[in-house]
Write a protein that binds this ligand. Sequence first.
Ligand code: FAD
Ligand code: SIN
Length: 516
Amino acid sequence: MIKTDFIVIGSGIAGLTFALKVAKKMPDATVTIITKSDESESNTKYAQGGIAVALNNGFDSTEQHIADTLKAGDGMCNRKVVEIVVKEGSKRLQEVIGWGVRFDKKSSGQFDLGMEGGHSASRIVHHKDITGLELERTLLRQIHKTKNIKILSHCYAIDLITEHHIKQKPLRKINCFGVYVLNKNTNKIKKILARITLVATGGTGQVYRNTTNPLIATGDGIAMASRAGAKISNMEFMQFHPTALYNPGESPSFLISEAVRGFGAILRTKQGKRFMPKYDKRAELASRDIVARAIDYEMKKSGDNFVYLDCRHLDIKEFKKHFPNIFHTCKKMGINLSKEMIPVVPAVHYLCGGIKTDIHGRTTIHRLYACGECADTGLHGANRLASNSLLEALVFAHRCFEDAVKKAKMFSINTSFPDWNSKGTHHPEENVLLTHTRAELQMLMSDYVGIVRSNLRLQWAQKRMVALEKETKYLYDKNILSPQLCELRSLIEIGKLTIAHSIARKQNKGVFFKVQ
Ligand code: FAD
Ligand code: SIN
């Protein structure tokens, strides 16, 4: 058993920012970060385009950023949350700069602001096309310098500890007392007990076959919170990024940043015809859902597996300066950007829904906060505006921190919970069952719960999911736990929620996905 004041599950931008703030404010408190892979492995590390911030510099304003976010969200954002995030954004940006994050500047000393789809002004601060890596390494550097933070890497959070582990009915609300954690090096499961727990476990992209998300993005935090009884919302709003590199067999898919279209790249069919102007007057810079659906429609019409992103007319020297990572990846694939176009295809990228929180990041479970991609704060509505998620993580990590430090002293660490009980379980003999079920689930979600969803496909997916869940529960009850088995359990919970919420949305609103 480990006792700590704060548990943070996840070491991406949300978890690290919260941990750092709490530890600095309460130097006598202990903060324990649990993370299931290497400490830097996260969606954050791969973020390319940057952070959207309205700097009120004469060319842009918070009002414009608010309007763009609301428009992208298709009328489904929480306006109050949008205002909070946009207005508090520049303060949070200054803090990360203070910690050492470097953003590109022009020779005038002003930020070199990028343009992305759905934005009415250039407002993306970035570090070349590796903004996430710059954030992640700077935050980790700060974390390592902070004495009262402990980081436990290769430790997998299995389940939140709530009243149901002592078979007690909660008095009013369910409470979270900590988490059961599987140490991947020792294969031992420990309980970690705390006053306050933050879930910052990131996204769910791995529930689909083609995604830009790394292997860690299996929705564990959302699944854990759901099993513990927290409210989960808007899981049907899975965002597809229009331009992942088409490279069959590569997983995860390499992203070609939206900032490349902001730099002037043009989408063309395989036959070389530009098509975006007929879908939206903003053409390639329409919001992400519109561009992804247009590509999907064009591909279905032609039967092609990809469309092209054309950079041949751009200043390639400048391109290389702005997007060195993308330039080199294309070069490695034998694509000469001044002569050849990049084959691209939409891929699953970002979950807009998640664990429902209020404006302080509090979930519907007492003593449990959620922040970052796993949370549904109400900012994104049906479709996130590009580069608003790193911003949201910074703003809400701060809000969670402010609330949590006020509350922490009111809660004691409750040690009455039992150790993990693995009696009656055995070493698995057939791991092929796990790999096969994961592949089957990914295929099911990609084919039946994709960009455009029909009632029939959703109903069939729901029926198939019942069987996958039953088989996986059997393995979970009989086998000694492994991260692979736990991840499969999470992915199934995510799939189930996505399908159920998609069906519910269609029933409430008729056809949800607009036909172009
Ligand atoms: P993450 O950064 O994903 O961190 C989650 C952490 O939780 C990881 O450390 C993981 O290992 C850990 N974890 C998960 N499950 C468990 C478990 N069971 N036990 C222990 N630990 C666990 N957004 C933008 O705003 N701008 C961009 O330019 C941008 N570009 C992107 C490019 C790519 C390729 C991708 C994939 C995403 C991009 N996004 C971008 C989205 C953005 O990166 C993410 O939404 C954001 O980084 C999420 O941060 P997070 O801290 O919530 O989660
Ligand atoms: C990108 O660089 O295109 C990703 C931006 C985002 O996901 O917000």
